[in-house]
Design a protein around this ligand. Structure first.
Ligand SMILES: [Zn+2]
Ligand SMILES: [Zn+2]
Length: 343
């Protein structure tokens, strides 16, 4: 089969590799029909992932059709259309038992190696899915691949960021960073907030955020827009979806006293200079969130199926899987907000 392989730093190639097979009774093999490139895929692409093994098949956002199941698989069957969670979870460790599968002690991230045990990903014609009963969910009839592919990762991530921002009905929310996760958070936040202010330096992303219902502003206009919307108090909830130290610092200046900054951008700085004086004096709550597709996919699939939530405008580009190298270049250069690869 064809698969998108990270051959070396910055070197993505579509290679012929052996078809995956069932290796454990809980496995399934899925024929992939759509798979998205995620910002998290760019970390190994740039060589930022310690221990990443060259040769790993990339991709943790995908939907497809079940082609084979192991003897113990009960929740899905051959022929089902399914969406997969971005990570695995074992269902048996103390975190899983307590309902915290994103902290599973045995988790792998599809398409990753090094920081987690290697698990080949879904940017391929087929993928082996361990713990298939937990990772796979049937896609309701009427929900497109384009919509469902977001339910495995970035839609639950954006949703989790909003939930953990304590956003309440009628509040003013700020989204810092209008990449795909920020836009998912926007789709959820606008259902509660009286105003969602979206901050991004890229005009195309601001335009997309505005089309989804936000008041979109460039970073240098953010403080004035927030002051305008809140009588100078600051935002009730700020979602930081950019994943940079500068974005986090800005987010902490956007929030009102006793407000919450909910961070969903990926951070790896070990020595961020948190202003404890500001945090204390203004009683700011700061939370980090990975997202929980296991816990939240059903409510989100249900909302998509009911027509209450439509993430598909975020899928700005569809590119054949065979052209993945060019797709990665475009995505890395921010020439595309979100790319769906089609095998
Ligand atoms: Zn992702
Ligand atoms: Zn576990």
């Amino acid at each position: 089969m064809k698969a998108v392989v990270l051959v070396g730093v910055g070197d993505v190639q579509v290679l012929d590799v052996p078809d995956p097979v069932i290796t454990a009774p809980g496995d399934a093999v899925v024929r992939v029909t759509a798979t998205a490139i995620c910002g998290a895929d760019l970390f190994p692409y740039h060589g930022y992932t310690p221990g990443f093994e060259n040769g790993t098949i990339l991709g943790h956002e995908y939907v497809g059709v079940v082609e084979a199941v192991g003897a113990n698989v009960r929740n899905v069957a051959v022929g089902d259309r399914v969406v997969c969670t971005s990570t695995t979870s074992c269902g048996r460790c103390p975190h899983c038992m307590a309902g915290r599968p994103s902290q599973c002690l045995d988790r792998s991230l599809f398409g990753y190696s090094g920081v987690y045990p290697r698990l080949d990903g879904g940017q391929a014609e087929r993928v082996r899915v361990p713990s298939a009963d937990r990772c796979l969910r049937r896609i309701p009839a009427g929900v497109s691949d384009d919509a469902a592919v977001f339910v495995g990762d970035i839609l639950p991530t954006g949703y989790g960021a909003v939930v953990r921002s304590d956003l309440a009905l009628g509040d003013v929310a700020v989204i810092v960073g209008c990449g795909p996760v920020g836009l998912m958070a926007l789709l959820v936040a606008r259902r509660l907030a009286r105003t969602v202010i979206a901050v991004d330096g890229i005009a195309e992303r601001r335009a997309l955020a505005a089309s989804l219902g936000a008041h979109a502003v460039a970073p240098d206009a953010a403080l004035a827009a927030i002051a305008d919307a809140t009588g100078g108090l600051g935002a009730d909830a700020v979602i930081e979806a950019a994943g940079s130290a500068g974005a986090l610092t800005a987010a902490l200046t956007y929030v009102r006293g006793r407000g919450t900054v909910s961070v969903v951008g990926a951070h790896f700085e070990p020595d961020y200079p948190l202003n404890n004086g500001l945090m204390f004096e203004r009683e700011i709550t700061l939370r980090f969130t990975i997202g929980n597709p296991f816990g939240d996919r059903d409510r989100l699939l249900g909302m998509v199926a009911a027509g209450e939530l439509d993430p598909t405008p975020v899928a700005t580009h569809h590119i054949p899987l065979a052209d993945a190298a060019e797709a990665y270049r475009m995505f890395d250069a921010r020439e595309a907000t979100k790319i769906i690869l089609v095998p």
